[in-house]
Write a new protein. Sequence first.
Length: 343
Amino acid sequence: MTQPSRPPRPRVLSGIQPTADSFHLGNYLGAVRQWVAMQDTHDAFYCVVDLHAITVPYDPALLRRRTRIAAAQLFAAGLDPERCTVFVQSHVAEHTELAWVLGCLTGFGEASRMIQFKDKSAKGGAEQASVGLFTYPVLQAADILLYQANQVPVGEDQRQHLELTRDLAQRFNHRFGQVFTVPGPYILADVAKINDLQDPAAKMSKSSSSPQGIVDVLDESGVIRKKIARAVTDAGTDIRADEAAKPGVTNLLRIYSALAGVSVAELEASHGNVGYGTFKRELAELVVDTFAPVRERTEKMLADETELDRLLAQGASRASRVARETMALVRDRIGLLLPLPAG
Ligand code: TYM
């Protein structure tokens, strides 16, 4: 008997930078957790974007190490190489090739308006910023469009880059004929911006000034407990969400809600009067229960680099098949003379 044919699954692509020794709670709740869920509903491609990581000063040996750590954490967090494609961006050369083509369709003024470039370049002085940092969002657009992704699961900070990606896809299709799927953002409001534990007005970020404000996925359990116990809370003792008056407690409520699968309103009802100490202790245990197994699995994967590299080669080979197909179409449409096979 023949199997009934199933409609193809929507395609998803997302990426994460290997710029730290561990992902943090914001990366996990804002992105990686959705990636794990979507591997069962989507045709999913996830990449460690090493070429994005070299847009700012970095150490080569550390980059190589962190690329493996990033990949190991993705598998450890639940990405299954049989159910989705995990790869390293630089293993698929078409990313940079398409970035060049899209860069030629991007206005200088348009690229200048990207908030993340403005923020990052302001830190080191705009004169010091690299051209690579400036064209960073164009490479990100290439990552997404190469795979004809329908959806891109990310945190709120990536929204503007996705807008640019959509504009570039539409512009290309308009000028050269339909080639690219126009992707939509997949941003879950409740977890789209997890804030710093020490500075709850600011996004939790790898570049934060105090490590105490960031909970890392690979932190030891004792460290996680300490960081949460010391999280900044607000005046009063009641536990309720109020972005303006109680930003610290509101952030903790969001994290608790996401990890426990209980709404913030339900938490306010059940925990409104338990006091900050009890609430934080419960939250710390939730985070520890989530991250301790990920840390253990990450360590195991890193202990066998040969196997990890094999999984990444398998991912790159699957990704390349799709990327080559898209790029062949792009080269033809934009009018490049196609070379004859040598020999
Ligand atoms: P990156 O490496 O900075 O972050 C990875 C993902 O984590 C999300 N995120 C957060 N979500 C909620 N709260 C936070 N505090 C928080 N901090 C980070 C980010 O939104 C992101 O989804 N430019 C991208 C990487 C990239 C990419 C792509 C993403 C390159 N190519 C193609 C999607 C598709 C970045 O810097 O992510």
